[in-house]
Write a protein that binds this ligand. Structure first.
Ligand SMILES: C[S@@+](CC[C@H](N)C(=O)[O-])C[C@H]1O[C@@H](n2cnc3c(N)ncnc32)[C@H](O)[C@@H]1O
Length: 248
């Protein structure tokens, strides 16, 4: 078991123990990706579980709750690393009146990023092997599949290709209130922080997925970005892959 996963499981157990002590009903499915909880706040703010079921409850529910904090703050949303659009769908649901910029190659990881992380010791060869199937995707078909699952497809702006080369003048001028950064490797993670952190509104948030895992390029990208922008306000989530929330 990786150190990241071990820490995640300890943190999840503590989280559940505290919830039980507070009289909350908590159950955990045997699959480590599926903590399911019924919390007191669910009564006040019913979850959109129809959209995510038992998949990564903690990350999905945190997005729903942070949406309440963001309120009417003006700005757009984005996801860098969309894959099949499951988390993007929830962003689109939570922010029906805002643009959602969707960056992905829509055909898997780029060789430039993979070889950088392999050479830096951030990943081992199994990472590329596990994702090799994504190269079979046909980007236009995948984007259409994603568009069809969106509750507000008119807000979705697809940016297919290699990030950050796909950034256009339109988003350079945008303020942002929520960004999901989920690309797993050093170079696109650093590029995502470099572009979006300065455009994040005060009161907005970046969800940096997989931070507490053995994908070491992600934490290294944060360290480098902090050298440039100063220390981030950071809050870790005990979700399935240890998301780091970066606040402004
Ligand atoms: C882990 S998946 C994203 C999962 C998705 N956020 C979800 O929650 O369902 C990572 C995605 O990042 C994309 N990606 C990685 N590096 C990229 C880059 N430099 N440019 C564009 N897309 C990239 C891959 O194609 C892949 O679809």
């Amino acid at each position: 078991m990786s150190v990241g996963l071990g820490l995640f499981q300890k943190s999840l157990c503590l989280h559940q123990w505290m919830a039980r002590k507070a009289g909350m009903k908590v159950s955990c499915a045997p699959d480590w990706t599926s903590p399911i909880a019924t919390m007191i706040y669910d009564r006040e703010c019913p979850p959109a579980t129809a959209l995510y079921g038992e998949w990564d409850y903690c990350r999905c529910r945190s997005l729903e709750l942070i949406r309440e904090q963001i309120g009417d703050l003006p700005g757009s949303t984005a996801e860098i690393g969309v894959w099949r659009g499951d988390f993007a769908r929830l962003i689109n649901y939570c922010f029906p009146d805002r643009k959602l910029f969707l960056y992905d190659t829509y055909a898997g990881y780029d060789e430039r990023d993979l070889s950088y992380d392999e050479n830096a010791g951030n990943i081992d060869a199994s990472f590329s092997e596990n994702w090799a199937h994504a190269k079979q995707e046909v980007p236009d078909l995948l984007m259409e599949e994603i568009r069809q699952k969106m509750p507000h497809p008119e807000q979705c702006i697809f940016r297919p290709g290699y990030f950050p080369e796909t950034i256009t003048a339109e988003e350079e001028k945008e303020p942002f209130v929520f960004i999901s950064l989920d690309v797993n490797l050093y170079q696109p993670t650093y590029a995502g922080l470099e572009f979006f952190y300065p455009r994040l509104q005060e009161g907005g948030a970046i969800f940096l997925h997989d931070y507490h895992t053995d994908l070491h390029g992600i934490a290294r990208a944060v360290q480098e970005a902090e050298k440039r922008f100063g220390s981030f306000k950071k809050f870790p989530l005990p979700d399935c892959c240890g998301t780091l929330v970066i606040l402004k």
